[in-house]
Design a protein around this ligand. Structure first.
Ligand code: GTP
Ligand code: MG
Length: 335
């Protein structure tokens, strides 16, 4: 019976391309929304420059890495010369200034893992998080954006996976599930390892872009315009890729031994990274290597309860893709 299903899947799955693409299209932010984000950034920069004339603001995260769906919050990084005043003091000062400028819900979270000021702009309704000197996040934002330009299927797959993760509530790091950033890395790695490959491994190619941030050298090939045909030998459709992505994470990934690595474009072993046992709060139950901070496992937030939730959701999704008559509805049913 299973064999028959597999045969049926090959002939049926193409029906799902149009509905998946329609979901993808519906999630893309409009030009108007992008313009509003830019305007907010410019006005924030003006305000910041009154106090710190040489400081600059950068967009990072999903509003700049091309994996942002419409109505996302924006992530902003304030680049400011190291001075005598601490990050907390800068954040508190910044919060004061923003508050006097009529921005709403201004809150300084100085004790978070990544300390930020949160705010909401009443004119546009856009919410915004501002962090300080988080240059690595600006660089990994560029890496993700560069990958997205190589093959359109990456952005389509990542939008669908992120949409699924939000609806199924497995995109909540404070609950022990994965960040959006982790899901995008999972998609990139998945496309790097298709046969034939849909994405190259930019960090294994000769470097055309190099920066050193906090002693970490970030180097990769960034002339992605030259790679536009890279994936063309692989003709897998978006529906096939969504099916195979969930099938991989449900049934094929070796949770006990494997680390997925976008940096090398391959699977590496937990043993090689010494990620075989719990150290402090890092349990390494699902291992996703950060492309630049290689000692950083993006799966570190996952604990023994949330790994179960996560794997059950992967299995549910794989099962729906295989057997459900209307997967595009069922997959995204709110948890
Ligand atoms: P959504 O806001 O859910 O649309 O996605 P996002 O891509 O903006 O994700 P999120 O707000 O969780 O993270 C914002 C950015 O912070 C990411 O794109 C990364 O650049 C960076 N980031 C998030 N988590 C980590 C992490 O654990 N390590 C590092 N190095 N960077 C991270
Ligand atoms: Mg974000």
């Amino acid at each position: 019976r299973n064999n028959r299903r597999v045969l049926e899947y090959h002939s049926d799955i193409e029906r799902l391309n149009a509905p998946f693409l329609a979901i993808y299209e519906s999630l893309i932010p409009t030009e108007e929304e992008k313009a509003k984000q830019k305007r907010l950034l410019t006005s924030l920069e003006k305000l910041v420059n009154k106090e710190w004339p040489s400081a600059r603001l950068f967009l990072y995260g999903s509003c700049a890495n091309s994996f942002g769906v419409s109505n996302s919050d924006i992530d902003v990084c304030l680049e400011i010369e190291d001075s005598d005043i601490s990050k907390s003091e800068i954040l508190l000062k910044l919060a004061d200034m923003l508050h006097s400028d009529n921005l709403q819900n201004v809150q300084a979270l100085t004790r978070a893992r990544v300390p930020i000021v949160k705010l909401m702009d009443p004119d546009t309704g856009i919410s915004c998080d501002i962090c300080i000197n988080n240059v690595l996040a600006v660089v990994n934002t560029k890496l993700l954006r560069d990958y997205a330009q190589i093959d359109a299927r990456l952005r389509q797959l990542a939008f669908i996976v992120k949409h699924w993760a939000k609806k199924r509530r497995v995109n909540e790091t404070y609950q022990g599930t994965l960040s959006s950033y982790a899901y995008v890395l999972m998609c990139i790695h998945f496309l790097q390892t298709r046969k034939p490959a849909i994405l190259p491994c930019l960090q294994e190619m000769h470097a055309t872009y190099t920066v050193t941030v906090d002693d970490i050298e970030c180097a990769y090939f960034d002339r992605v315009e030259d790679l536009r045909d890279f994936g063309s030998r692989n003709i897998e459709s978006i529906a096939q890729l969504v099916w195979a992505f969930f099938d991989y994470w449900a049934y094929r990934h070796d949770y006990a031994n494997a680390v997925i690595s976008v940096r090398t474009g391959s699977i590496i072993s937990k043993r090689a990274k010494d990620w075989t046992r719990r150290i402090g709060n890092d349990r390494h139950l699902i291992c996703i290597e950060d492309p630049f901070e290689v000692s950083h496992d993006l799966g570190r937030v996952v604990d023994k309860h949330s790994i179960k939730t996560l794997r059950e959701e992967f299995e549910r999704a794989a099962h729906i893709m295989q057997f459900d008559p209307d997967p595009c509805v069922k997959l995204f049913e709110p948890y």
